[in-house]
Design a protein around this ligand. Structure first.
Ligand code: GTP
Ligand code: MG
Length: 619
């Protein structure tokens, strides 16, 4: 019988370390192509046996079972069964197991072993198992599985020679045996039970903590159960942002009003008094009331990071991100962008693939940064009734959650489009180690929250303060004739009236146009400039005292409010984001592209929202 070299294939669950083993075993002797007819990568390379004889080693996509339906898993099944076009059936199967996750990995391993083909098991990641206080006896496992078991640490090149030798032995037995001897078929629940028994039987020692952590991972990283848990958690976070913050916000609001009243009663009526009350206290105060909501959001983010859950979320997201041509590597930069796009864009430096990185930079502004929270919150509080949709689920929190989701979905769609057009190229792999679960320490949490509060207050005291005062000046000069609108007469009013022509089709009035320009300096200024401009234009003392929310309800329709929210989901972020994009991409091309596509999307979606809302009778 004459044929090509012997073929061995690496099979196992996702993240068992197959590709790491493949790279370690084949080195530079690799070929990468696509399987004919499918877009799943075919990775094959040459492994030299201890005798010097070559074996073709094939790295298969990770799989949870033969019944699975994803194109990747379908290829894995077909290759093993010898049904895949362009691929000879492997003579030897190398099952790769994650020793620190043995029970879970043994489920699919049994299904592969049922085929009765010549098989070797690589018990990989024994270093991680040892770190977690877990010792596994390879000899005992070999008895239970009925095939040789070799301990490996792919990333440290440990056990590679022994594995190659075992492959050689299995290959010799394959040559001498006439046909595979299939084992009895068992059902999935039986396989799960057996997996637990075998894992327990082969485990020499295990700490109680490891047992609990392994159980948590089994749930939180589960391909079906994991994402709903993540989603539910985020949902709770956004509900909390509204419900927990309310009393603190009321207190801050009361403080600002009291301060305004104090200034009004102490100073004689003058422009200076107006600057203090309407400009500074009104404008900056309108932003500062959102401190509690920002701190609650960060409290959750910090807890998720400190406990080790965030890395697991990245791990879960890796599969979803792969769907849009990105990897889990983009998850951390994108997550940082929920605080602010600037650190997020800077964090993309850890992404090695240039096209991955560029795509991540371009979509980072679609993640809802914390500066947008005040804008969303003020509009939602004014226009969305504070009703319960379900027990414990408020409509306001739900809308906020929806806005965040809209940003994420928008980002994923944009990534998908970009990866097929401007940043076309193959997706790169994801390498990440999961940290141990830990209880967060109160000190670290307090420190993290304090830093966040400080960043926010400093912004309010410097950038937002300056922009608010400048806007107030532009709104107050030149002075209007008595009885005429001050905003219409002012410099800012003239500019806004010009811009309003463009914005009118999407339901934006002059006040909004006025707020949009300074909000390019900092998002929160949209809130303070609305507060300032309504204060400047009211002479009636009774109306002047009204909260911003009441003013908005007075001047805007629901359709306009919804369009405004949609605008803020997509509109380009502040100037600093554009500047940092220029720096990170070395030129004006990509920041220019970013501005253009984000303005385009913002206009389109604000318009769609407005027209649909008007058509539904909300105008
Ligand atoms: N500490 C440690 N890490 C490992 C070991 N083997 C692999 N890894 C790491 O585990 C992660 C997953 O490894 P991969 O080789 O990509 O896993 P895979 O089985 O090819 O995964 P899929 O292709 O998704 O099925 C990577 O971050 C590897 O660096 C090991 O023995 N020890
Ligand atoms: Mg792989």
């Amino acid at each position: 019988m004459s044929r090509g070299p012997f073929v061995a294939a690496l099979v196992g669950n996702p993240n068992a370390g197959k590709s790491a083993l493949f790279n370690a075993l084949t080195g530079a002797r690799q070929k990468i192509a696509n399987y004919p007819g499918v877009t799943v990568e075919r990775k094959a390379g040459r492994l030299l046996l201890p005798s010097g004889e070559p074996v073709e080693l094939v790295d298969l996509p990770g799989s949870y079972g033969f019944a699975a339906t994803s194109p990747d898993e379908e290829v894995t099944r077909k290759v093993i069964m010898g049904e895949q076009a362009g691929q000879v059936q492997p003579d030897v199967l190398v099952i790769v197991l994650d020793a620190s996750n043995l029970e879970q990995h043994l489920v699919f391993a049994q299904e592969v072993l049922e085929l009765g083909r010549p098989t070797v098991v690589a018990l990989n990641m024994v270093d991680l198992a040892a770190r977690d206080g877990l010792t596994i006896d390879p000899a005992a496992l070999a008895v239970e599985l009925g095939v040789p078991v070799i301990e490996t640490v792919a990333v440290r090149r440990k056990g590679l020679v022994e594995l190659a030798a075992a492959i050689a032995v299995a290959r010799d037995s394959a040559a001498s045996e006439a046909a595979p001897v299939p084992r009895a078929h068992v059902t999935l629940p039986e396989r799960r039970l057996l997996a637990r028994q075998m894992a327990q039987g082969a485990t020499l020692s295990e700490t109680a903590r490891h047992r609990i952590h392994a159980r948590m991972d089994r749930l939180l990283l589960h391909p079906w159960a994991g994402p709903p848990v993540l989603f539910a958690l985020l949902f709770v976070v956004f509900q909390a942002v509204f419900t927990w913050a309310a009393p603190f916000q009321d207190a801050l609001d009361g403080l600002a009003s009291a301060l305004q009243d104090l200034v009004r009663s102490e100073l004689p009526a003058s422009l200076l008094r107006d600057l203090l009350t309407d400009g500074i206290i009104g404008g900056v105060g309108a932003v500062i009331v959102f401190l509690p909501q920002i701190l609650i959001l960060f409290f959750f983010i910090l807890v998720m990071e400190a406990t080790g859950y965030m890395a697991r979320a990245a791990f879960l997201m890796d599969r979803l991100m792969a769907g849009v041509g990105l990897s889990g590597r983009s998850f951390i930069p994108l997550l940082s962008s929920f605080a602010c796009a600037i650190p997020g864009i800077m964090a993309t430096r850890s992404i090695t693939d240039p096209k991955d990185r560029l795509t991540t930079i371009l979509i980072a502004p679609l993640m809802t940064c914390s500066a947008r929270l005040p804008v969303y919150a003020v509009i939602i509080a004014a226009f969305i009734p504070n009703t319960r949709v379900l027990p414990g689920v408020g409509l306001q929190g739900l809308v906020l959650f929806g806005l965040y989701v809209a940003g994420i979905v928008g980002a994923m769609v944009v990534a998908l489009v970009l990866r097929r057009s401007v940043t076309k190229g193959a997706a790169s792999g994801f390498i990440m180690e999961l940290p141990k679960y830990q209880l967060p320490t109160v000190k670290d949490l307090a420190l993290g929250l304090w830093q966040r509060a400080w960043v926010f207050l400093r912004r309010a005291g410097t950038m937002i303060f300056t922009v608010t005062v400048v806007l107030w000046l532009l709104l107050n000069f030149p002075r209007a004739e008595p009885g005429k609108s001050q905003v219409d007469a002012s410099i800012a009013g003239h500019v806004a009236n010009g811009l309003a022509v463009v914005m009118e089709p999407i339901g934006f009035n002059r006040d909004i146009a006025l707020a949009l320009i300074p909000s390019m300096a900092a998002r929160e200024v949209a809130v303070s400039s609305l507060a300032t401009s309504y204060a400047v234009d009211t002479n009636d003392e009774a109306v002047e005292g009204r909260a911003l929310g009441d003013q908005l309800k007075h001047h805007w329709t629901l359709a306009t409010a919804l369009a405004f929210l949609a605008w803020f989901v997509f509109a380009p972020q502040c100037m600093s984001t554009i500047a940092v994009t220029r720096r990170e991409t070395n030129g004006w091309k990509w920041p220019g592209f970013m501005l253009a596509y984000l303005f385009g999307l913002a206009y389109l979606f604000a318009g769609l929202t407005y027209w649909i809302a008007v058509a539904c009778g909300l105008g």
